[in-house]
Design a protein around this ligand. Structure first.
Ligand SMILES: NC(=O)C1=CN([C@@H]2O[C@H](COP(=O)(O)OP(=O)(O)OC[C@H]3O[C@@H](n4cnc5c(N)ncnc54)[C@H](OP(=O)(O)O)[C@@H]3O)[C@@H](O)[C@H]2O)C=CC1
Ligand SMILES: O=C1O[C@H](COP(=O)(O)O)[C@@H](O)[C@H](O)[C@H]1O
Length: 495
């Protein structure tokens, strides 16, 4: 897909361009239609995100003052009625600071006005009827298994959708570059690109957004943010959570697709892109796309990728079984629970710098941070003692922190060197990631959505790894649950 296809209206945000009041997305969304209302995503992340958005008042901004009249429609295969759906909404809202019983504002209005529709989304007539029964513009949130989402979209091709419909698509978007390309073509026949929200909730996290402030609102970092000064960059998303009953999805996806193909490549792009001139969606997404287009695996998959799976172990007071004994897991799938890759970004700025992306489950330490390691100083003056550790900037995710590891003169002996860390705790975002994502959807602003070309590129970058793992060219290592993961190697050093 070319840039031109992605940008029918240079300078504008939505298909309608910037609206009269300067808002980015044209008409605000009137109906949020959650397809897959009985699913895990809807109850655990979407409804809580919506609750927090309603309480924050941002929904009024996002909908240009119509937050409390937002219609919430849940739909799915379950034989629920409106009353049951409202109970689900009430529970999710109450657990997240928006108890409709106490709140007489937007949360209550949205809950009281919400309804449920039973529908098989793969039946195009039924889905279309449902869409037309909603007040337009409708944001159709596909909280569905990806194959069902693709089938539902295909069924809508050639049919008349309500005006200004937005399609909100979850990850994974496609299952490889070709299928993502195909899905992009299908979606492009339904709505303009600016009305497609390919969700990556990491782009809604305060840390990823906070990276922009640290990088671009300070004179200090940007001049050294390049291959001349940076030795390596490591992005870790090590979780102490294990499978947590998600075999139906995870045992097919694995760590590479679940975390690296989607979230961590987005983090990488924000960490390494050139400075956009504004937070206009086109400026921002162009910069990310440019960076990812230049990204490739740093070597042959047997060296530049590694996969591993947890065995039985203990995390805190939890005993965990070997992954292959978890409910719903098929050991023959050889699903990895930890993945690491090393990438290169072929640009003047980044040539030769290794970027390691790593994520794993059931690790002893939940380490979630991007570490920028600087090169040693060109000359350390004779007379200073000690072996200085490299300067490191560590951007922590959850909690959101900035740590700068420096070498300083030691206490008591000014000729000796020691390490010191400057730490800043970043302010918590008022909204959880899904609240931020929904604000963008309701506002019709795709700034924090993954653009179609980028969705394809993320598959292209990892295609050699996926093929090599499928062909068993890279061994599936093991690590005990509760450990630090597989042993460090030259390609995957301890940092
Ligand atoms: N859960 C999570 O933490 C996250 C999920 N995602 C993504 O969100 C999407 C949904 O995931 P999740 O909620 O976990 O999945 P679930 O399996 O929990 O839920 C899927 C929902 O879709 C419904 N459904 C399935 N087929 C149809 C159909 N033909 N017509 C109508 N409804 C149907 C299911 O109903 P029924 O149960 O009755 O079949 C269920 O309500 C996936 O793309 C996933 O990758 C992304 C980030 C995090
Ligand atoms: O999308 C996903 O993300 C979570 C990690 O994100 P967090 O915001 O919950 O920390 C991950 O656990 C899950 O496997 C993956 O599907």
């Amino acid at each position: 897909m070319s840039d031109a296809d992605q940008h029918p209206q240079p300078g504008g945000h939505g298909a309608a361009g910037a609206s009269q009041d300067g808002h980015s997305g044209g008409d605000p969304v009137a109906t949020l239609l959650v397809l897959g209302a009985s699913g895990d995503l809807a109850s655990r992340l979407l409804l809580p995100g919506l609750a927090r958005l309603l309480v924050s008042g941002r929904s009024e901004d996002a909908t240009h003052g119509h937050g409390s009249s937002l219609q919430l429609v849940g739909a799915g295969a379950e034989d629920w009625d409106d009353a049951h759906w409202r109970e689900v909404v009430t529970e999710a809202f109450s657990d997240h600071g928006a108890d409709p019983a106490e709140d007489d504002g937007a949360a209550r209005a949205v809950r009281d006005g919400s309804r449920y529709a039973k529908v098989d989304v793969t039946d195009p007539d039924a889905l279309l009827d449902l869409l037309h029964s909603c007040t337009a513009p409708v944001a159709a949130y596909f909280a569905l298994p990806p194959a069902i989402t693709a089938k539902a979209c295909e069924g809508l091709v050639g049919r008349d959708l309500p005006e200004s419909t937005r399609l909100v698509m979850e990850k994974p978007f496609g299952s490889d570059e070709a299928s993502a390309h195909h899905l992009n073509e299908v979606v492009a026949r339904l709505v303009p690109e600016q009305h497609v929200h390919r969700v990556d909730h990491f782009l809604g996290t305060s840390t990823v957004l906070g990276t922009l402030g640290v990088r671009f609102a300070n004179r200090l970092f940007e001049p050294t943010w390049n291959a001349a000064h940076v030795e390596r960059v490591d992005v870790f998303y090590d979780e102490d959570l294990a499978l947590e009953g998600r075999a139906r999805y995870y045992d097919h996806a694995g760590a590479l697709v679940d975390m690296i193909q989607s979230h961590l490549l987005q983090v990488l792009s924000v960490l390494t892109m050139d400075a956009p001139s504004s937070l206009d969606e086109r400026e921002f997404r162009d910069r990310k796309a440019q960076l990812l287009r230049a990204t490739r695996l740093a070597g042959p998959p047997a060296e530049a990728s590694r996969r591993a799976r947890y065995t039985a172990g203990r995390i805190g007071d939890r005993d965990l079984p070997d992954y292959t004994f978890e409910d719903g897991v098929d050991p023959a799938r050889q699903t990895e629970t930890l993945a690491e890759v090393v990438l290169h970004v072929d640009t003047w700025r980044w040539a030769g710098v290794p970027f390691r992306l790593r994520s794993g489950k059931a690790l002893g330490r939940a380490r979630k941070e991007a570490v920028i390691t600087y090169k040693p100083v060109p000359h350390l003056m004779t007379g200073l003692k000690g072996n200085p550790a490299p300067t490191r900037l560590r951007l922590g995710f959850k909690p959101d922190t900035v740590n700068l590891d420096l070498t300083v003169n030691a206490e008591g002996d000014p000729f000796d060197l020691e390490e010191a860390t400057l730490t800043a705790q970043l302010a918590d975002s008022r909204l959880p990631a899904y609240g931020e994502v929904l604000a963008g959807v309701l506002d019709g602003d795709p700034l924090l959505s993954v653009r179609g070309d980028t969705a394809e590129d993320c598959w292209r970058i990892l295609a050699p790894v996926i093929a090599a793992w499928k062909a068993d060219e890279v061994p599936l290592e093991t690590y005990a649950a509760g450990s630090d993961g597989p042993e460090p190697t030259e390609w995957f050093p301890a940092v």
